[in-house]
Design a protein around this ligand. Sequence first.
Ligand code: FAD
Length: 447
Amino acid sequence: MDKTLHIIGGGMAGSEAAWQAANMGVDVVIHEMRPKVETFAHQTGNLAEMVCSNSFRSDDDEQNAVGLLHWEMRAANGIIMTTADKHRIPAGGALAVDRDPFAETVTQTLRALPNVSVSEEEITDLPTEGNWIIATGPLTSTALGKSIQDATAQDHLAFFDAIAPIVYADSIDMSQAWMQSRYDKGETEEERTAYLNCPMNKEQYEAFIDALLAADKTEFHEGETAGYFDGCLPIEVMAERGRETLRHGPMKPVGLTNPHKPEEKAYAVVQLRRDNALGTLFNIVGFQTKMKYGAQTEVFRMIPGLENASFARLGGIHRNTFINSPTLLDSRLRMKSRPNVRFAGQITGVEGYVESAAMGLLAGRFAAAEILGHDIPEVPLETAMGSLVNHITGGADAKTFQPMNVNFGLFQPLEDVRGGRKGRKVRYKGYTDRAKEMWQQWLTSQS
Ligand SMILES: Cc1cc2nc3c(=O)[nH]c(=O)nc-3n(C[C@H](O)[C@H](O)[C@H](O)COP(=O)(O)OP(=O)(O)OC[C@H]3O[C@@H](n4cnc5c(N)ncnc54)[C@H](O)[C@@H]3O)c2cc1C
């Protein structure tokens, strides 16, 4: 069997995967369609082009999950992080870079490796033979997207993310909210209490609708909206269609009894659903939105019970191609039905430059190890890498799967550490200390 690793897409994930695999001694071909075929967001033919912001977000590796991911990638000699460090520009606690020199350096470094070549071509079919990583990102070309869809199932590939905001469970005020499924439906007690409910009276509902209508919204990119209005209207668009629309849609108050005020009928109810197996994250059901981030926190904190909510991620609707990883991939990022094909980057359902590069790092190492006949142990769940890969390939609910940033809500809880806001600093330091130790052990096990 051919021992070359083929990577489709030379973005954040593809570049990192190529670097890792090449450093392990494997021959790599990157198939990148730019500059021959363009996307609406990329501007150059460089590898690892940053399509929008020039920031890799927080670089705090003690108190921030994405900062920890930076740390883990640096410890693994990741090309994205080490090149970002070289082209760093001042940005407070964030890691911002000079984008063109950054992408040029990644491109030159990879092209200079004797065992890496770049083939400028669009791949239009999901491969059947050989060793492959698909890292074609949120703007995967139409032909390849269609081929992935044909090989999986209609509903296992999405072209948009309609992201509802995700709230940390321990920031919800349970003296106002309660757990109950509509009409107590379900076979088990767990199913009968699967939803978290936040009630509103008429006054609160009217104020909420006013705030939704007045909030700042972002615009769609040209050509971005095609097809999206079918299934997932932003809540503010629903509110524009009529003040009662939400009360008859995602906020309908039927089939629910508030145990805190059993005699009072709520006028509207906001429902939140568990977003991960750990039960540390909840998404607000049906609340996809184009409101700007600042407006979202203000508006959502008007919901009774969410006055002090901390958000693991805010809502959005974007052009984004991603697969249903919890259904399609195993823990080594292989397609279950075609194990010679791996996926990496944003197409796996992670969100952001750093998370995408991180999944590239893992996919590159896993693929190279397999080609060389080694075994790599599972990534420890206690690390940022492990938490993220575990979320997309197992921890997340496949039915409601939406792209995810790395965040501490994905981490295995720490024993004997205080929950809630007050204990947060100690808890985050506990997570990052534990992760660093486990990540080092994992890396050492491969050297
Ligand atoms: C408009 C827009 C704005 C964004 N802004 C941000 C932001 O500010 N911050 C952030 O962190 N994230 C942002 N993202 C998400 C961002 O795209 C990812 O974080 C990151 O670029 C994903 O890395 P990736 O390697 O998965 O995909 P990409 O970096 O997009 O790389 C995929 C590569 O595959 C190539 N390709 C696609 N199809 C084929 C094919 N069939 N054959 C060969 N090559 C192919 C593409 O040309 C591209 O080079 C944005 C996304 C979009 C669409």
